[in-house]
Every structure is written in structure tokens, then in C-alpha cells.
Design a protein. Structure first.
Lengths: 361, 305, 386
């Protein structure tokens, strides 16, 4: 199986690859081929230890409720970007409506919590299940769709979910919104004492650890035959079917799992902001998630994580540009796609490869 | 005429007019998709820029510089708007679509155009500000009445220009060498290339034409919508739905779907409530896709196996 | 391997973040006013006009010796009319700028989201643009509002429609937002209590552009006496024009009267043209008023922004918020706690939008901030003595 490096297609090879495989050119979304696999022993635990250390230290580096709040948002975005990458990057299914599942997670958990008095930690699995079930529904519905039809259908699905949130006032309060939502209840963790999730640093630990856990599960899943199957559907659905894979079932699996992860991320949003309104889940949010995946590196494991971190912090760091902020953001996004078509992960690999060559000479 | 009949007729007319507005926006999208399988998300902003171009050229240039009457100035401004659209089309092709074209990838140009859209929207915000402009063409205030039925001269103009644009585009595609070459490219890029058709040039030309159509749509929409830098984005999602319902890249399908969506919208307002428009339109979109996964009129593209 | 790259990436951002977080300006003897308004997206409609009004007031205050020797420093952050962005920028404001008083937000959703943050931080928050009742009915001690809430607008609107205009039937038209729903409910409650009948409630999203189908529907309802309308300027221009075209309202030769609250700025009538004739609405800022504070404000506004410009109620509200802070400082306030204290004791303070008196909940209660005008055939306003 592939080592730590994700499959890589250097840009200069891409045209010939596209020309040689017209199917991939017209239908498959990502064009990365597992061409150059670096053989490396699967020594992954140092990475996880480093990530754990980093998570532990970040709130000490970024002090104050504002930056720690951005960390929480960042951890949620990492979950969302990973969930979307599973659908688009690994399985090749264009999904422009991921915000719908984020919304379902947020609303189901909050309504159960506020209107039905459920404890937070019971509401979370219910919200995950609800989002996952809705994902399966979309997948069942979209089984025959592909490419941009699937993209716009999922966009339409997100519009419908948004409209239901707006119009189903007896449950969601509609545009009036739900206010005064409390963070997850405090937890007592033996020697660590009481963890108060009203403290953004603690909430960050919670969401980031969950994100790391999800990362680990996805990482292992994608190295297993399941990952191989999903990628075979991405590369060529018809060939995959001829090899005995049931594409509809596996597409449903990836869309459903992706939806469940987005729903999980949604559980932490209301308690963090304290307020829940349908406008928080407009279709623009879906595009932001997509941009995170693309900017980081589509179909790679760590790419969406980096994309989410960059695109969460970039608008905040650009605040000092004032009115120019969003223009700079738009330019950065466009240039990023134009000059790093493989995302930041691939760009970094190319730079390293060049350094390595220069080192030899 | 019985009241209910007059009401149904009036709402149908309202819907056809609204549909023509949508068709004008959607045509450019479908044209680009037909030739190169790309979605231009910045199309909405081209429409807005077309509207602003028409507004400024009609109200400043024509009236003050040439001293033309309002109606002539407005009609003339439509060409300015088309020019602005064409220019934007040329630029986005040179900057985004052409460099990314050979990668055989549908997703990155999409994201790149989202970036362009953010840039254009906020650039316009910096230039024009967020306060709605009062862009009234001399035709908006003129209401025509036939018994109980009413419509503004502007809506008549929209329908006529939409018909002219569709007719012109159709004639261009069917009867000119360039049009035939374009269709050849949209059916099979590689073979068309082998037959000596300059594919690069043709795709560029398509994007320019499609963007000029966006400018045209903007000039016609300007006097009837709320003209702010965000004007185009309020219609673009529905335009996508229309392009899909019609079958991506299929012009006839787009026209039928656009007018259908307009009529559905008018009757949703009449019988269900205007807050439910998007819900109804997109439920119909999904229902239609469930029955016909490639749109109202099936895509003629063949599957490469 | 993977994580090392992750570490490097994040460490870079962490470093930049720290650098930014630890560089607040050190200022002394200044009153720091934090402003949270939307300056991006469609809601920047409010933010841009708000900034104009505040800049003018600040110029006037800082040009001289300030207020009691205190100069004002303002920091504007883009809260984008969104609860998430607003809460993030509220925290950023508290940590980096450390304001003595905060002005904002415009949108009800965002205002409701940030109110508990400033309440907890004990920093007074002055609101001049959100109509939702909930803002001052949640028991906050640090929240003040010089904008009439939905009730204060809806009740006189509903009552006067019934008694003064003799209306018995109404069709409610409102945008589907927190403020739109609150305003419509406020009208309906009062109007129905008086004995009127609501024939239809028509809501619309902010992306609706063509109102002809809505106008057609209303025309088919038969005789409608009043049409209370709650929406933003851009959409309302098109809505009024469509209603006139369908001959529903007086401006189009019909018999219905459009009514509205303070959503519409001065200049609306000129934009909508003849369609707005007969429109009866509440205004809070009337540029034709002859009070000195109003004429002075208009003169200063024109001197700064151009002789052909007339300030809107959004300009005026923003200007008033700074004047209100100035008044608190004039009465000896120097920090957040004392500003809150002076605010709570403000009584009959004359500002461009009327007289301000806060009740215990922080809501201004003086009815002078509400008066009715009717659009005349020459598109000017006639004050109605209601």
C-alpha cells in the first residue's frame, strides 16, 4: 500500500495522463494517479504523537478567547474538510452541498438538547445518525447522477435543507433562530480535574481530539481494501463495476460517512457560538469547505487538514487589510488553484523534490 | 373574462417574463458547459457588471455626452454591457480556463472561478458601494394594459430581446462556419482538432460570446432587479438549476426549463407563498433528476467506455 | 512525516497569530469605542452608512479639545451580520482593542449573539439598528438601544392603521428575517386586537427581485385597505413599483395604502417614483425637521460628503451613537462601568433622531423617536400629527 506520501502526479505529466485516459479526463474529478508510490515502512505513530503534542500546546501559543475561538472553528473546519474530501477526493463524487449535513448536525443536536431535554452526549450520536441517514438518502437519490449533475443536485439538496430550516418554524424557530445555547456540559477527568467547555481552549481540545481520531480512522480506512475500492470508483466507475464492485453501494458509503462526520462537526457549532440561525449554513459554506479541500490537496489525507487551517486563519489574518480583505482572499484562492493545482501538499512535495535534487549535485 | 382566468393568465405572463430573465442568465452557462464541460461561477458577477455598465453608460455617457433621448440611450447601453461582458469573458478565459484546460479536471476551474467571483463581488462593492442604485429604464415605468392584464414595456423588451438573442445564437450555430465548428468541438474535441479546427480559439470565442450574453442579461435585469454588487448572485443558483433541468449544454432544454421555472415561481407565489419558491424549484429539480438523470432533454454526449 | 509537515504549517500560523495578538495599540486619555458593523456582503448597506455618520461625529469631537479633554478612538471590525463572525470579532475587540463602549451590530441575529459576550465582559453595548424585541428583553444590564424595537413600531402602526386611516383589511408584506417577522407580528397583533382583519401574510427572501407575481396575488384578493411592508430599501422600491403597476396602491391609482416602519431612508420616495405616493410610514430621522441639532447635522454632513447628499436614518443613528457616548463622557464617564452608569441615567437627551430616555431594560422609550409621514404627489414628506 501507499506509504505516507499521497499519490502524486507532477503537473508536467498531467496533460499526457489526461490525453491517454479520456474517461478520466471527462468524468473522474481528480486526476491524481497512484503512479509514484514511495515505499516506506508504515511508521505512523510518531506523527500522531506530534499531532497530539501540537494540539496540547496550541492554546498556550494562541492565548485569549478570540484566537482560541478561532482554533475551535479551525478544528470544526478540519472535520468538515476531511468529511468532504472523503466524498470528493477519495470517491470522486462532486458534492456542493456538504453544508447541509453540517446544518443537520447542528440543528438535530440543538433541538434535542433544548426542546427535548436530551443530555448533550446522547444528542451527539443522534445528530450523527441523522446526518448520516440524510447522506444515504442523497446517495440513494443521486446513484445515477455523476459529474456536475451530481454537483448541482447536491447543491439543490443543500438549498432544500436550508429552506426546511427556515420554514419549519415549530421545530427550528425559523429565521428567528435559537439563542442561549450552552456549550457541552463540563466533564470530570480524574487527575486533569474538571474540563469546562465554556473555556474555548478546552472546547478546542475536545474538537481537535475528535478530529484527530477521525483522521486516524479515515487514514486506516483509506489504506484498507475499502480505500482501494473507493479510489477505483473515482478513477473509472465502469471498470470498477466490471471488476465486481457495486459503485452505488460504495458511493453511498462514502457520502453517508462524510455526512455523518459533517454532522459530528455540526454538534459543536451551536454551543460554541451560542446562537443558531439557518443563515449560518448557506451554500457559501459548502464552497468554503470545497476550497479548503482543493487548496490543501484533493484526495490526500493531510491536505484537507492544511487547507482548513489555512483558510480558517487567512481571513482572520487579513482583517488588518480592512475593506480589501475579501478581495485579497478571492485573489489568493484563484492564484492558489492556478499555481498549485495539486494543492499545498503537492506543491510542498515538488519543492522538496527540487531541494533533494539540488542537494545531490 | 372570469377573474380566475385573468389571474391565471396574468401569473403565466409574469412567469414567462421571469423565465426569460432566467434564460438570459442561464444561456451563457449552458453554452460554456456545452463546449468545454466547465461551470463559470463568476457568471453571476458578469451579469452584475453588465448591469452596472448599462446603468453608467445610459445615465452618464449617452445622455450627457451625446444628448440622446432616454430610450435610445438605454438601448445603446445594452451594447456597452455586452462589450463589458465580452471583455470579462476574454480575461477569465486567458487567466483561468485556458491555463487549466489541459488538465482534464472539472473541479479546479470551478474553485478558481469561485475565487474570481469573490474578487469581482468585493471589487464592485469597493467601487459602487452597497446602496442599491435606482436604475429605471424608460420602459419600466410604462405599463401596458389589455383589459385586466398588465405588463410593463420593460418586460416586453426582455421577452423580445431574449427571443432575438436565442434566435441569433441559433442561427449562428446552425448557419455559420464558426458555429458549425463550435458544435463539432462540443461533440468531440479530439476529432474536431484532427479535422483542422482551432479548438483553443473556438473555446475562447465561446466564453466571450457566453459572457457577452451575461452582459446583455445584466443590461436587461438592471432596471427590474435590486441593483447592488450582489445582484447577480441572487439569480445564479436558480440559473444553475435551470441549466441542469434543461440538460447541461443543451440550449433548447435551457430555454424550456427557464420559462418553466419562471411559471412555477409565479404560481408558487400565488398558491403556496413566496417564501417557498426555492423549496419548490429545488424539490422539482431533484425529482426531475431522479426520473431523468441527464436533464429534461437527454444529453447527447456519448459515454466513453 | 505527515504530521511534521502539519506541525511546520501550523507553527507558522501560530507564530503570525501571536505576533498579531500581542500588538495592541497603547493609547491613553482616550475613550475607546469599538464598532461592530457589517462592512462586507449585502449587509454592508448598513455598515457603510453607519461609518459615514460616525466619522462625522468623531471629526467634530476630536477636532476640538475632545470631551472633557478626552479624545475618542474608534476601531471598526467587520462582523458581517453573522452570529459566528460577530462573536469572533467581539472577542477580538475585547482582547485587542479593549473598548470602553461598543456600538453594534445592525442585524438582529448578530446583535443577539454578541449581547451576552459584552454583558459578561461588563462593556456597555449600544445598538442603533436592530428591531428585535428580544435584545432588550433578556435582562441584560449592559445593552442599550436608541432604535425603537419592533413593538414600539408595530403597535402605533397597527393602531393608527385602524383608527386614523380607517383600515379594516390588511395584507402583511415582510422579508423573512428576524426583524421582518417581529415587525409583521407586532402590527398584526395590534391591528387584529382593534378589530382589523389580516387577509394574507406574504413573506419573501432577500433574494427576491421581481415582485410582479406577489402584486398580482394581492390584486386578486379584492379590496385591501393597508399594506404594512417591512423590507430593505432596494427590494421595497421594486415592491412599491409592482404594487402600483398592479393598481393595488394609491401610487398606481388603486385604493390601498402602503405602510411601513423605519426601514426606509430619506430618498426612498425619489427612487420609487410615483409608486410611493400615499405611502404612510414611521420615520425616526426626518431631515426636514427644523430642530437645531438636525439642521446642524445636515449642514455638517453636506459639508463633508457633498452638497447633494442628504443623510439617511442610518447615518443619523450612527452619528447619534457617538453623540450619546460623548454625552456620557461629558457627564464624567471615563471607563466602561461609568459609561454604563451614565447611559442608564440619560433622560430627554436631544439627538438628531429624537429624544433619548432609557428605561431599566436599556431601551429608549421616548415616543419622540417615532413620527408618521405621508409621501406627497411631489414625493416630499408630510408630517402626520399622530
Amino acid at each position: 500500500m501507499s506509504g505516507a506520501l499521497p499519490p502524486l502526479t507532477p503537473p508536467e505529466r498531467a496533460p499526457s495522463a489526461a490525453a491517454a485516459s479520456p474517461v478520466a479526463a471527462s468524468h473522474a474529478l481528480p486526476s491524481s494517479e497512484p503512479a509514484e508510490r514511495v515505499l516506506r515502512p508504515p511508521l505512523r505513530w510518531p506523527g500522531y504523537v506530534a499531532a497530539l503534542l501540537l494540539i496540547a500546546l496550541l492554546p498556550f501559543a494562541l492565548k485569549g478567547a478570540y484566537w482560541q475561538g478561532i482554533l475551535v472553528v479551525c478544528a470544526m473546519n478540519v472535520l468538515l474538510a476531511m468529511s468532504l474530501n472523503l466524498v470528493i477526493g477519495d470517491c470522486g463524487q462532486l458534492n456542493l452541498g456538504q453544508s447541509a449535513f453540517f446544518a443537520i448536525g447542528a440543528y438535530v443536536s440543538t433541538v434535542l438538547l433544548k426542546s427535548h431535554g436530551w443530555p448533550f452526549w446522547w444528542a451527539v450520536p443522534a445528530a450523527i445518525l441523522a446526518a448520516g441517514a440524510l447522506g444515504l438518502l442523497l446517495a440513494a437519490f443521486a446513484a445515477r447522477l455523476r459529474g456536475h449533475y451530481l454537483g448541482i443536485a447536491s447543491l439543490g439538496f443543500a438549498v432544500i435543507v436550508y429552506q426546511v430550516l427556515v420554514n419549519w418554524e415549530s421545530v427550528t424557530q425559523g429565521v428567528r433562530g435559537i439563542y442561549g445555547i450552552r456549550p457541552p456540559p463540563p466533564m470530570t477527568l480524574g487527575p486533569l480535574g474538571v474540563i469546562e467547555f465554556s473555556n474555548p481552549a478546552h472546547l478546542f481540545y475536545l474538537v481537535a481530539l475528535i478530529a484527530l481520531l477521525v483522521y486516524g480512522v479515515l487514514d486506516n480506512l483509506m489504506r484498507s481494501p475499502v480505500g482501494e475500492t473507493l479510489r477505483s470508483i473515482r478513477e473509472d466507475e465502469i471498470s470498477a463495476a466490471s471488476l465486481g464492485v457495486n459503485p452505488a453501494r460504495w458511493k453511498a458509503f462514502s457520502v453517508g460517512l462524510g455526512a455523518a462526520i459533517a454532522g459530528l462537526a455540526g454538534c459543536f457549532y451551536p454551543g460554541f457560538v451560542g446562537t443558531l440561525v439557518p443563515d449560518a449554513f448557506s451554500i457559501v459554506e459548502s464552497f468554503t469547505m470545497l476550497a479548503m479541500v482543493i487548496v490543501g490537496g484533493l484526495g490526500t489525507r493531510v491536505g484537507p487538514v492544511i487547507g482548513a487551517v489555512v483558510l480558517t486563519f487567512l481571513p482572520e489574518l487579513l482583517r488588518d487589510f480592512g475593506d480589501w480583505r475579501l478581495m485579497v482572499y478571492g485573489i489568493a484562492l484563484t492564484l492558489c488553484v492556478l499555481f498549485m493545482p495539486g494543492g499545498m501538499v503537492q506543491a510542498w512535495q515538488l519543492v522538496r523534490a527540487r531541494w533533494a535534487r539540488q542537494g545531490v549535485h | 373574462m372570469p377573474d380566475i382566468l385573468a389571474l391565471v393568465l396574468q401569473q403565466t405572463l409574469n412567469g414567462v417574463y421571469l423565465g426569460c430573465l432566467y434564460v438570459l442568465v442561464a444561456l451563457g452557462l449552458t453554452l460554456i458547459y456545452g463546449v468545454m464541460n466547465q461551470i463559470n461561477f463568476a457568471h453571476a458577477d458578469f451579469v452584475t457588471i453588465g448591469a452596472f455598465t448599462a446603468f453608467f453608460s445610459a445615465s452618464r455617457l449617452a445622455t450627457h455626452v451625446l444628448g440622446l433621448p432616454d430610450a435610445t440611450a438605454y438601448l445603446l447601453s445594452i451594447f456597452f454591457a455586452m462589450g463589458a461582458g465580452a471583455l470579462l469573458g476574454y480575461l477569465i478565459n486567458a487567466a483561468v480556463f485556458a491555463p487549466l484546460r489541459d488538465r482534464g479536471d472539472e473541479l479546479r476551474p470551478l474553485i478558481a472561478t469561485i475565487g474570481v467571483s469573490v474578487l469581482l463581488e468585493n471589487g464592485q462593492l469597493a467601487l459602487f458601494g452597497p446602496i442599491p442604485y435606482s436604475f429605471d429604464s424608460p420602459f419600466t415605468q410604462h405599463t401596458l394594459r389589455l383589459g385586466k392584464i398588465f405588463f410593463s414595456a420593460q418586460s416586453l423588451l426582455v421577452v423580445v430581446v431574449a427571443a432575438l438573442a436565442i434566435g441569433g445564437l441559433h442561427a449562428f450555430m446552425r448557419h455559420t462556419y464558426l458555429g458549425k465548428a463550435l458544435r463539432a468541438v462540443s461533440q468531440d474535441r479530439e476529432t474536431a482538432g484532427l479535422m483542422g479546427i482551432n479548438e483553443r480559439y473556438l473555446i475562447g470565442l465561446t466564453i466571450v460570446i457566453a459572457s457577452a450574453l451575461a452582459g446583455l442579461a445584466g443590461a436587461l435585469l438592471g432596471p427590474v432587479i435590486v441593483l447592488t454588487p450582489f445582484a447577480g448572485s441572487s439569480v445564479i443558483v436558480k440559473a444553475f438549476a435551470i441549466v441542469i433541468i434543461g440538460g447541461f449544454g443543451n440550449m433548447e432544454g435551457t430555454i424550456i426549463a427557464g420559462i418553466l421555472v419562471g411559471i412555477i415561481e409565479a404560481f408558487t407565489v400565488q398558491y403556496l407563498g413566496s417564501g417557498l419558491i426555492d423549496l419548490v424549484v429545488f424539490v422539482l429539480l431533484l425529482a426531475m433528476l431522479a426520473v431523468r438523470p441527464t436533464g429534461l432533454i437527454a444529453e447527447r454526449r456519448e459515454e466513453n467506455v | 512525516m505527515i504530521s511534521r509537515r502539519l506541525v511546520e504549517g501550523i507553527a507558522l500560523f501560530a507564530a503570525i497569530g501571536c505576533a498579531l495578538a500581542s500588538a495592541p495599540a497603547l493609547a491613553q486619555k482616550t475613550i475607546k469605542i469599538g464598532v461592530l458593523i457589517p462592512v462586507s456582503g449585502p449587509a454592508s448597506y448598513f455598515g457603510v452608512q453607519g461609518k459615514e455618520g460616525m466619522d462625522l461625529a468623531l471629526d467634530q469631537i476630536n477636532r476640538g479639545s475632545g470631551v472633557n479633554g478626552n479624545h475618542f478612538e474608534v476601531k471598526i471590525e467587520d462582523s458581517a451580520c453573522s452570529p459566528l463572525q460577530a462573536t469572533n470579532t467581539a472577542k477580538r475587540m475585547l482582547e485587542q482593542f479593549k473598548p470602553d463602549v461598543v456600538i453594534g451590530e445592525e442585524c438582529s441575529d448578530a446583535s443577539l449573539a454578541i449581547a451576552p459576550i459584552f454583558e459578561q465582559a461588563h462593556v456597555p453595548m449600544l445598538n442603533a439598528g436592530s428591531a428585535t424585541n428580544q435584545l432588550t428583553e433578556s435582562g441584560y444590564k449592559y445593552v442599550f438601544r436608541i432604535f425603537p424595537n419592533a413593538k414600539q413600531q408595530g403597535i402605533p402602526l397597527g393602531r393608527n392603521a385602524y383608527t386614523k386611516l380607517g383600515a379594516r383589511t390588511a395584507v402583511l408584506l415582510y422579508e423573512k428575517t428576524n426583524a421582518g417577522v417581529d415587525n409583521a407580528d407586532g402590527f398584526a397583533k395590534e391591528f387584529e386586537a382593534a378589530g382589523g382583519k389580516i387577509l394574507a401574510r406574504i413573506d419573501f427572501g432577500r433574494d427576491v427581485n421581481d415582485f410582479t407575481p406577489i402584486a398580482t396575488r394581492i390584486a386578486a384578493l379584492g379590496k385591501v385597505d393597508v399594506l404594512p411592508t417591512f423590507g430593505l430599501e432596494g427590494q421595497q422600491v421594486r415592491l412599491s413599483q409592482a404594487l402600483a403597476q398592479a393598481q393595488v396602491v394609491k401610487g398606481g391609482g388603486g385604493s390601498g395604502i402602503q405602510m411601513g416602519s423605519i426601514w426606509l431612508p430619506w430618498g426612498y420616495d425619489a427612487k420609487a417614483g410615483q409608486a410611493s405616493v400615499g405611502y404612510v410610514r414611521i420615520v425616526q430621522f426626518d431631515p426636514t425637521e427644523k430642530r437645531k441639532v438636525v439642521t446642524d447635522f445636515i449642514a455638517a454632513f453636506r459639508a463633508r460628503y457633498g452638497a447633494d447628499k442628504t443623510p439617511t436614518h442610518i447615518n443619523a443613528h450612527a452619528y447619534d451613537t457617538i453623540q450619546l457616548v460623548a454625552e456620557a463622557v461629558r457627564q464624567g464617564a471615563t471607563d466602561a462601568e461609568s459609561i454604563r452608569d451614565r447611559f442608564s441615567r440619560i433622560k430627554d437627551l436631544e439627538l438628531t433622531t429624537g429624544k433619548i430616555t432609557f428605561d431599566a431594560s436599556g431601551q429608549t422609550v421616548d415616543p419622540s423617536v417615532i413620527h408618521f409621514v405621508e409621501t406627497q404627489p411631489d414625493l416630499s414628506w408630510k408630517s402626520l400629527p399622530w
